[in-house]
Design a protein around this ligand. Structure first.
Ligand code: G3H
Length: 255
Protein backbone atom coordinates (compact mmCIF):
# COMPACT_ATOMS: atom_id res chain seq x y z
CA UNK A 1 0.00 0.00 0.00
CA UNK A 2 2.87 2.35 0.80
CA UNK A 3 4.52 1.79 -2.61
CA UNK A 4 1.20 2.40 -4.32
CA UNK A 5 0.75 5.65 -2.43
CA UNK A 6 4.26 6.83 -3.26
CA UNK A 7 3.89 6.09 -6.96
CA UNK A 8 0.53 7.90 -6.91
CA UNK A 9 2.25 10.99 -5.56
CA UNK A 10 4.94 10.73 -8.27
CA UNK A 11 2.22 10.71 -10.94
CA UNK A 12 0.65 13.80 -9.39
CA UNK A 13 4.03 15.53 -9.34
CA UNK A 14 4.47 15.02 -13.07
CA UNK A 15 0.95 16.20 -13.85
CA UNK A 16 1.39 19.32 -11.77
CA UNK A 17 4.80 20.04 -13.23
CA UNK A 18 3.28 20.00 -16.72
CA UNK A 19 0.22 21.99 -15.75
CA UNK A 20 2.12 24.78 -13.99
CA UNK A 21 5.17 24.56 -16.29
CA UNK A 22 7.65 24.18 -13.48
CA UNK A 23 11.16 22.77 -13.34
CA UNK A 24 10.44 20.72 -10.27
CA UNK A 25 7.46 19.79 -8.12
CA UNK A 26 7.58 17.90 -4.85
CA UNK A 27 4.40 16.67 -3.18
CA UNK A 28 4.20 15.35 0.36
CA UNK A 29 1.32 13.00 1.27
CA UNK A 30 -1.69 14.40 3.15
CA UNK A 31 -3.43 17.77 3.38
CA UNK A 32 -1.97 20.48 5.62
CA UNK A 33 -5.45 22.07 5.98
CA UNK A 34 -6.43 19.04 8.00
CA UNK A 35 -3.21 17.91 9.63
CA UNK A 36 -0.59 20.25 10.92
CA UNK A 37 2.27 17.79 10.61
CA UNK A 38 1.82 17.80 6.82
CA UNK A 39 3.05 21.42 6.87
CA UNK A 40 6.11 20.25 8.76
CA UNK A 41 6.66 17.54 6.16
CA UNK A 42 6.69 20.27 3.50
CA UNK A 43 9.18 22.11 5.69
CA UNK A 44 11.37 19.04 5.89
CA UNK A 45 11.16 18.50 2.13
CA UNK A 46 12.14 22.13 1.56
CA UNK A 47 15.19 21.87 3.84
CA UNK A 48 16.27 18.71 2.03
CA UNK A 49 15.83 20.36 -1.37
CA UNK A 50 17.67 23.49 -0.20
CA UNK A 51 20.65 21.43 0.89
CA UNK A 52 20.91 20.13 -2.66
CA UNK A 53 20.80 23.50 -4.45
CA UNK A 54 22.41 25.98 -2.07
CA UNK A 55 26.18 26.44 -2.13
CA UNK A 56 28.45 27.60 0.66
CA UNK A 57 28.62 31.35 1.07
CA UNK A 58 25.40 32.05 -0.85
CA UNK A 59 22.49 34.23 0.23
CA UNK A 60 18.92 33.03 0.80
CA UNK A 61 15.98 35.45 0.93
CA UNK A 62 12.86 34.18 2.68
CA UNK A 63 9.33 35.44 3.26
CA UNK A 64 7.08 35.05 6.29
CA UNK A 65 4.00 32.95 7.05
CA UNK A 66 3.24 29.76 8.94
CA UNK A 67 4.55 27.53 6.15
CA UNK A 68 7.89 29.31 6.17
CA UNK A 69 7.85 29.02 9.96
CA UNK A 70 7.52 25.24 9.45
CA UNK A 71 10.55 25.34 7.15
CA UNK A 72 12.49 27.13 9.91
CA UNK A 73 11.30 24.58 12.45
CA UNK A 74 12.71 21.75 10.35
CA UNK A 75 15.95 23.54 9.41
CA UNK A 76 19.21 21.85 10.34
CA UNK A 77 22.88 22.30 9.53
CA UNK A 78 23.33 22.13 5.75
CA UNK A 79 26.48 20.13 5.02
CA UNK A 80 26.55 21.27 1.38
CA UNK A 81 26.01 24.93 2.22
CA UNK A 82 28.09 26.39 4.99
CA UNK A 83 28.34 30.05 5.99
CA UNK A 84 25.23 31.09 4.13
CA UNK A 85 23.48 34.39 4.75
CA UNK A 86 19.73 34.50 5.43
CA UNK A 87 17.77 37.69 4.80
CA UNK A 88 14.04 38.54 4.87
CA UNK A 89 12.78 39.03 1.30
CA UNK A 90 10.60 42.05 2.09
CA UNK A 91 9.83 44.42 4.93
CA UNK A 92 7.01 43.82 7.36
CA UNK A 93 3.61 42.98 5.91
CA UNK A 94 1.56 43.29 9.09
CA UNK A 95 2.02 39.74 10.31
CA UNK A 96 2.28 38.74 13.97
CA UNK A 97 5.83 38.22 15.09
CA UNK A 98 5.89 34.39 14.77
CA UNK A 99 4.94 34.77 11.12
CA UNK A 100 7.29 37.61 10.29
CA UNK A 101 10.13 37.04 7.86
CA UNK A 102 12.66 38.55 10.32
CA UNK A 103 11.82 36.03 13.05
CA UNK A 104 11.83 33.07 10.67
CA UNK A 105 15.03 34.25 9.05
CA UNK A 106 16.95 34.40 12.35
CA UNK A 107 15.75 30.91 13.33
CA UNK A 108 16.71 29.45 9.96
CA UNK A 109 20.15 31.01 10.06
CA UNK A 110 20.84 29.80 13.59
CA UNK A 111 19.77 26.25 12.81
CA UNK A 112 21.64 26.16 9.50
CA UNK A 113 24.68 27.64 11.28
CA UNK A 114 24.66 30.59 8.96
CA UNK A 115 24.42 34.34 9.41
CA UNK A 116 21.45 36.63 9.15
CA UNK A 117 20.72 40.28 8.48
CA UNK A 118 17.31 41.73 9.26
CA UNK A 119 15.16 44.55 7.93
CA UNK A 120 13.60 46.96 10.37
CA UNK A 121 11.01 48.91 8.46
CA UNK A 122 7.48 49.83 9.46
CA UNK A 123 4.57 48.94 7.24
CA UNK A 124 2.68 49.98 5.34
CA UNK A 125 5.00 52.73 4.15
CA UNK A 126 3.95 56.05 2.69
CA UNK A 127 5.56 56.95 -0.62
CA UNK A 128 7.59 59.63 1.15
CA UNK A 129 8.94 57.42 3.96
CA UNK A 130 9.67 54.68 1.45
CA UNK A 131 12.18 56.92 -0.33
CA UNK A 132 13.76 58.17 2.89
CA UNK A 133 14.08 54.70 4.43
CA UNK A 134 15.59 53.09 1.36
CA UNK A 135 18.30 55.78 1.39
CA UNK A 136 19.43 54.77 4.92
CA UNK A 137 22.84 53.07 4.58
CA UNK A 138 21.95 50.27 7.03
CA UNK A 139 18.74 49.49 5.12
CA UNK A 140 20.49 49.82 1.75
CA UNK A 141 23.07 47.26 2.76
CA UNK A 142 20.46 44.65 3.61
CA UNK A 143 18.50 45.51 0.45
CA UNK A 144 21.62 44.84 -1.63
CA UNK A 145 21.95 41.41 -0.04
CA UNK A 146 18.29 40.72 -0.73
CA UNK A 147 18.52 41.71 -4.40
CA UNK A 148 21.62 39.58 -4.92
CA UNK A 149 20.24 36.47 -3.14
CA UNK A 150 20.85 33.34 -5.21
CA UNK A 151 17.95 31.46 -3.65
CA UNK A 152 14.49 32.75 -2.68
CA UNK A 153 12.05 30.68 -0.61
CA UNK A 154 8.50 31.92 -0.15
CA UNK A 155 4.96 30.98 0.82
CA UNK A 156 1.77 31.49 -1.17
CA UNK A 157 -1.44 32.46 0.60
CA UNK A 158 -5.15 32.63 -0.14
CA UNK A 159 -5.80 36.32 -0.90
CA UNK A 160 -8.53 37.33 1.52
CA UNK A 161 -7.22 35.10 4.31
CA UNK A 162 -3.89 36.91 4.04
CA UNK A 163 -5.39 40.38 3.76
CA UNK A 164 -7.45 39.81 6.89
CA UNK A 165 -4.67 38.16 8.85
CA UNK A 166 -2.44 41.17 8.14
CA UNK A 167 -5.00 43.70 9.37
CA UNK A 168 -5.11 45.31 5.96
CA UNK A 169 -7.01 48.65 5.87
CA UNK A 170 -10.61 48.31 4.74
CA UNK A 171 -10.22 50.17 1.44
CA UNK A 172 -7.40 47.84 0.42
CA UNK A 173 -9.45 44.78 1.40
CA UNK A 174 -12.16 46.10 -0.88
CA UNK A 175 -9.68 46.58 -3.70
CA UNK A 176 -8.46 42.99 -3.22
CA UNK A 177 -12.02 41.62 -3.08
CA UNK A 178 -13.32 43.75 -5.98
CA UNK A 179 -10.34 42.71 -8.06
CA UNK A 180 -11.26 39.05 -7.40
CA UNK A 181 -7.82 38.30 -6.01
CA UNK A 182 -7.38 34.64 -5.15
CA UNK A 183 -3.68 34.34 -4.38
CA UNK A 184 -0.96 36.20 -2.53
CA UNK A 185 2.84 36.00 -2.40
CA UNK A 186 5.46 38.59 -1.30
CA UNK A 187 2.64 41.02 -0.48
CA UNK A 188 1.37 40.91 -4.08
CA UNK A 189 -2.25 39.86 -4.66
CA UNK A 190 -3.18 38.01 -7.88
CA UNK A 191 -6.44 37.23 -9.65
CA UNK A 192 -7.21 33.93 -11.38
CA UNK A 193 -5.34 35.02 -14.49
CA UNK A 194 -2.26 35.84 -12.46
CA UNK A 195 -2.72 39.62 -12.89
CA UNK A 196 -1.61 41.81 -9.96
CA UNK A 197 -4.66 43.29 -8.22
CA UNK A 198 -2.85 44.93 -5.33
CA UNK A 199 0.67 45.29 -3.98
CA UNK A 200 1.67 46.15 -0.41
CA UNK A 201 4.17 48.99 -0.47
CA UNK A 202 7.20 47.78 1.41
CA UNK A 203 10.94 47.57 0.79
CA UNK A 204 12.85 44.53 -0.43
CA UNK A 205 12.30 42.03 -3.18
CA UNK A 206 9.86 43.06 -5.88
CA UNK A 207 8.27 40.57 -8.22
CA UNK A 208 10.37 41.80 -11.13
CA UNK A 209 13.52 40.91 -9.14
CA UNK A 210 12.72 37.21 -9.47
CA UNK A 211 14.92 36.95 -12.53
CA UNK A 212 16.07 33.70 -14.04
CA UNK A 213 19.39 34.07 -12.23
CA UNK A 214 17.68 33.15 -8.97
CA UNK A 215 16.50 29.79 -7.77
CA UNK A 216 12.95 30.46 -6.57
CA UNK A 217 11.21 27.91 -4.36
CA UNK A 218 7.52 28.23 -3.42
CA UNK A 219 6.25 26.22 -0.45
CA UNK A 220 2.46 26.07 -0.10
CA UNK A 221 -0.08 23.35 0.54
CA UNK A 222 -3.62 22.57 1.67
CA UNK A 223 -6.73 22.14 -0.45
CA UNK A 224 -7.78 25.72 0.39
CA UNK A 225 -4.72 27.10 -1.42
CA UNK A 226 -5.26 25.34 -4.77
CA UNK A 227 -6.65 28.47 -6.51
CA UNK A 228 -4.01 30.65 -4.90
CA UNK A 229 -1.17 28.44 -6.09
CA UNK A 230 -2.61 28.24 -9.61
CA UNK A 231 -2.98 32.06 -9.83
CA UNK A 232 0.54 32.71 -8.66
CA UNK A 233 2.05 30.35 -11.22
CA UNK A 234 0.09 31.73 -14.19
CA UNK A 235 2.86 34.18 -15.16
CA UNK A 236 5.49 31.64 -14.07
CA UNK A 237 7.38 33.36 -11.30
CA UNK A 238 9.11 30.44 -9.58
CA UNK A 239 10.92 27.30 -10.69
CA UNK A 240 10.03 24.99 -7.88
CA UNK A 241 6.88 24.12 -5.92
CA UNK A 242 6.85 22.12 -2.72
CA UNK A 243 3.25 21.27 -1.88
CA UNK A 244 0.98 18.57 -0.47
CA UNK A 245 -1.46 16.06 -1.89
CA UNK A 246 -4.49 18.10 -0.75
CA UNK A 247 -3.49 21.14 -2.81
CA UNK A 248 -2.21 19.08 -5.74
CA UNK A 249 -5.38 17.04 -6.21
CA UNK A 250 -7.63 20.07 -5.92
CA UNK A 251 -5.45 22.07 -8.29
CA UNK A 252 -5.49 19.38 -10.97
CA UNK A 253 -9.23 18.92 -10.61
CA UNK A 254 -10.51 22.47 -10.36
CA UNK A 255 -8.16 24.99 -11.88
O1 G3H B 1 2.58 34.90 1.38
C1 G3H B 1 2.04 33.89 1.73
C2 G3H B 1 1.72 33.69 3.09
O2 G3H B 1 2.77 34.13 3.83
C3 G3H B 1 1.36 32.27 3.42
O3 G3H B 1 1.14 32.17 4.77
O4 G3H B 1 2.07 29.92 5.13
O5 G3H B 1 0.72 31.04 6.88
O6 G3H B 1 -0.36 30.21 4.81
P1 G3H B 1 0.88 30.76 5.42
Amino acid sequence: AFIKEVSGVRVLENQLKDKLKLDYVLIVPGDSDELDWVKQEMGKACVHYLNGVLHSGQTVAITGGSTMAAVAKMMKPLPEAEHCLFVPARGGLGERVENQANTICAEMANKARGEYRLLYVPDPLSEESYHIITEEPSVREVLDYIKSAEVVIHGIGEALTMAERRKTPQEQIEKIADGHAVGEAFGYYFDQQGEIVHKVRTVGLQLEDLSSSKHVIAVAGGKSKAQAIASYFKPGQSNVLITDEGAAQQLLRDT
